[in-house]
Write a protein that binds this ligand. Structure first.
Ligand code: ADP
Ligand code: MG
Length: 261
């Protein structure tokens, strides 16, 4: 069994304390959703877990099956089976998906000759155009295609644990269903543990969460079952965030008001 354990995690970015003591435990085969208003620290949490440079951990611990992750570079964390699907997947000119995954296999001591067949079968599972396999990674791809590309990588690499940072953003309804079903299948086939960051309960109708957390102001402020996601969709985060007295807001009937502000 795999256990990702986050205890009292505090982290700072660009001199500002963003994570203020996050506690979370996710076991293999489980899906935990993390929801929360814009700017609450969701992506920061995903970057700190993956080991992105520039994010300074100022307290707490993160372990994967008892192994301390915070002392390791990103590539070592990936080798231990941690996978991050980025909110904004970057373009990597000159490197194809096939190249990138072949190198990942080599680095993990797996046989890269297996990659092409796996890519073809995974592309079929999520309805992803096979032409993208040999093209430069994410270059000129639409937002939705990039999100499918992230899912394709997850399917080929078969990590033990996946953090999905708004995997649903930019996906149309059909793509969302394909991607969510593929990940849901991995929780059964590979006992994948998932931390799914999302704004919308739509993703969670296919990728069914065992637990839903609300992250606000750099802390987990509420935890519940799937019904919590539904409740948030209806009521928003107003009950979980302290109003900012300096914020300039429109009236209640302002059609341009940010529902997450
Ligand atoms: P969320 O994903 O919940 O919308 P983020 O984790 O992206 O929120 O951001 C949390 C806060 O940290 C925001 O106020 C954001 O501006 C700030 N922040 C995140 N990354 C950086 C960075 N690299 N440099 C400066 N500020 C950052
Ligand atoms: Mg984010």
């Amino acid at each position: 069994m795999t256990l990702l354990k986050i205890e009292g995690l505090q982290a700072r970015v660009a001199g500002r304390e963003i994570l203020q003591g996050v506690d979370l435990e996710v076991s293999s085969g489980e899906v935990h959703a993390v929801m929360g208003p814009n700017g609450s620290g969701k992506s920061t949490l995903s970057h700190v877990l993956a080991g992105r440079p520039g994010y300074e951990v100022t307290g707490g611990s993160v372990t994967l099956d008892g192994v301390d992750l915070l002392g390791l570079p990103a590539w070592r964390r990936a080798q231990l089976g941690l996978f991050l699907a980025l909110q904004y997947p970057i373009e990597v000119p000159g490197v194809s998906l096939l190249d990138a995954l072949s190198e990942s296999f080599r680095a993990a001591g797996r046989n890269p000759a297996e990659v092409p067949a796996l890519l073809t079968s995974e592309a079929g599972r999520i309805g992803f155009d096979e032409r993208f396999i040999t093209r430069p990674l994410n270059v000129d791809l639409s937002g939705g295609e990039r999100k499918r590309n992230e899912t394709l990588q997850l399917g080929v690499l078969r990590p033990r644990f996946a953090i999905l940072d708004e995997l649903d953003s930019g996906l149309d309804v059909d793509a969302l269903r394909d991607v969510a079903r593929r990940i849901e299948a991995a929780t059964h086939e590979d006992n994948l543990g998932v931390l799914a960051i999302t704004h919308y309960s739509r993703l969670l109708t296919e990728l069914r969460p065992d637990v839903v957390h609300v992250l606000a102001g750099g802390r987990i402020v509420a935890t519940g079952g799937p019904e919590l996601a539904q409740e948030l969709e209806e009521t928003g985060y107003a009950g979980y965030v302290e109003p900012d007295p300096t914020a300039i807001r429109g009236g209640a009937d302002d059609p341009f008001a940010d529902p997450f502000a």
